[in-house]
Write a protein that binds this ligand. Structure first.
Ligand code: NAP
Length: 253
């Protein structure tokens, strides 16, 4: 039966940056669908941990600063030691820096590129190696952005990194499809999280954004749950290399 394809009972999902925002929604959505969760966080994820364990699922937190990639091998080692396997990776952690392109600093370039694309790639590589050694295949879901499709303004390193997420998602699907690995991305529209606080408190920008969203509202972490469960489950086994917009219709305008 088709609904059984969405069932994630017994699956293990590793999610970066799930103490808040979209990552928290992703963790709770996957736990509701049956997953145990491994969070990789630099901040305390107690809120997410409480929600996941209230659902009767396991939650293991691994502390790491994802601005660097040196922690990745030990993260994977601990995850596999504790759970025996990984089935799903969600590369969610990401940052944004806002400044005119004329004044944009090297630090704001490097900090954003390091978390949003460099670490994302090396996490995907490490987890894909694990999938290959497990002989199971698996799912990798990268969190992209509207700025994977559009230019944006005053966020040059964010646009460069999120456009790269769309490209690397395609490349990895091409290389790893043969191992039964699906690599897809979700491009959220304008969602209510820390990432967009500055935009939402600017009355003029807030109004401009709202007027362009056919759904007539900002998105929420709950809006990501259905698409993430779909891409994490057997229901999407023949979907590979695709970036799915979850944007209330923003890109249709
Ligand atoms: P958020 O609330 O700021 O969450 C970002 C997450 O990434 C937090 O858990 C954060 O941890 C973590 N993170 C950032 N840098 C890290 C580092 N060096 N090491 C470890 N963790 C780190 O924003 P969000 O909106 O939920 O963002 C989640 C993803 O969605 C990001 O990739 C973002 O680009 C993407 N996105 C968001 C929107 C939107 O409208 N909100 C739209 C498109 C795409 P801390 O709490 O410790 O900082």
């Amino acid at each position: 039966m088709i609904l059984n394809f969405f069932d994630l009972k017994g699956k293990v999902a590793l999610i970066t940056g799930c103490n808040t925002g979209l990552g928290q929604g992703i963790a709770v959505g996957l736990a509701q669908a049956g997953c145990d969760i491994i969070g990789v966080n630099r901040s305390d994820p107690h809120e997410t941990m409480n929600e996941v364990t209230r659902l009767g699922r396991r939650f293991l937190n691994l502390k790491a600063d994802l601005g660097k990639i040196d922690a990745i091998p030990s993260l994977l080692e601990t995850a596999v030691r504790e759970f025996g396997k990984i089935d799903i990776l969600v590369n969610n952690a990401g940052i944004i820096r806002r400044e005119d392109a004329l004044n944009f600093s090297e630090k704001d370039w490097d900090d954003v590129m390091d978390v949003n694309i460099k670490t994302l790639f090396f996490m995907a590589q490490a987890v894909a190696k694990q999938y290959v050694s497990q002989g199971t295949g698996g799912k990798i879901i990268n969190i992209a952005s509207m700025l994977s499709f559009q230019g944006g303004i005053r966020v040059p390193s964010y646009t460069a990194s999120k456009s790269a997420v769309l490209g690397i998602t395609r490349l990895l699907a091409n290389e790893w499809g043969q191992y039964g690995i699906n690599v897809n991305a979700i491009a959220p529209g304008y969602m209510v999280t820390n990432n967009t606080q500055q935009l939402r408190t600017n009355e003029e920008r807030n109004q401009q954004i709202l007027e362009r969203i056919p759904a007539g509202r900002w998105g929420s972490p709950e809006d990501i749950m259905g698409p993430i469960v779909f891409l994490a489950s057997a229901a999407s086994d023949y979907v590979n290399g695709y970036t799915l917009a979850v944007d209330g219709g923003w890109l249709a305008r």
